[in-house]
Design a protein around this ligand. Structure first.
Ligand SMILES: Nc1ncnc2c1ncn2[C@@H]1O[C@H](COP(=O)(O)OP(=O)(O)O)[C@@H](O)[C@H]1O
Ligand SMILES: [Mg+2]
Length: 227
């Protein structure tokens, strides 16, 4: 994205955001209300691009509707309401598997290997899963699309520290095994920095800093969160 501006109706939230992702885990950090969800929604084409450019693999995404993104290798995991509560675990995953070239069964097997808990609960309604299991299902559904880019919005929200550890280990594993690029928005900066390659810190809808995760000191990060 280049000089991207977006928001809700007349109210612009993101101002002049510029970055390019490579094959990496790219973290979007920032305090509550900084614009992380707005950024991911704009990337997912759920909010219009007011100005600037948005492209993926050389193609301009601006004119495309959100439903065209899965077939272009982009999977979006929203912060909330990211599973169909009345459908079973297996049905949720199957819906994710409608795109791509590989068979659904093969992908399903991979997701169940990565998240054995989902295999144990395949017949259970998604709405009855625990918070951690629900997040695993949402990530699993995204993986069923065989994506080249996953947009993950605050997967750790509402999870206990132990579950956050497990989920982040899985995210790092997905990155390592599949070579998929991951853009992850998080409030949990400390954990995210452990798996991220680069970090964009947003503050009031603007880029506060963009740098390698290794080069981001705790002091710098704290400064960003206090603006
Ligand atoms: N639907 C909406 N309409 C108007 N403003 C919104 C809407 N959703 C979020 N905002 C505003 O956009 C800003 C950024 O919110 P958000 O992107 O959700 O932040 P974050 O995900 O970093 O917590 C906040 O000021 C918030 O109030
Ligand atoms: Mg958010």
């Amino acid at each position: 994205m280049q000089d991207l501006v977006s928001g809700y109706g007349e109210v612009m939230i993101l101002r002049d955001i510029t970055f390019a992702v490579e094959n990496e885990i790219f973290a979007v950090l920032g305090a509550n209300g900084a614009g992380k969800t707005t950024l991911l929604k704009t990337l997912a084409k759920l909010l219009p691009v007011a100005s600037g450019t948005l492209a993926w693999e050389g193609e301009d995404l601006t004119p495309l509707p959100a439903y065209d993104l899965p077939q272009r290798g982009i999977a979006y995991v929203p912060q909330e309401q990211n599973v169909f509560p009345d459908l079973s675990v297996a049905e949720n995953l199957s819906i994710g598997g409608l795109t791509g070239h590989r068979s659904r069964a093969e992908k399903l097997e991979e997701v169940y290997t990565l998240f054995p808990r989902l295999a144990e609960r395949k017949g259970q309604a998604a709405g009855s899963l625990s918070g951690g299991e629900g997040q695993m299902l949402a990530v699993g559904r995204a993986l069923m699309q065989d994506p080249r880019l996953i947009l993950l919005d605050e997967p750790s929200a509402g999870l206990s520290p132990l579950l956050v550890d497990t989920l982040f280990e899985k995210i790092a594993e997905i990155r390592a095994q599949k070579g998929v690029t991951i853009i992850i928005a998080e409030q949990n900066a400390v954990k995210t920095l452990q798996i991220a390659d680069r970090v964009l810190v947003l503050s009031l809808g603007q880029t506060h800093m963009l740098r390698s995760a290794k080069r981001l000191s705790r002091k710098k990060l704290m400064e960003a969160y206090h603006i």
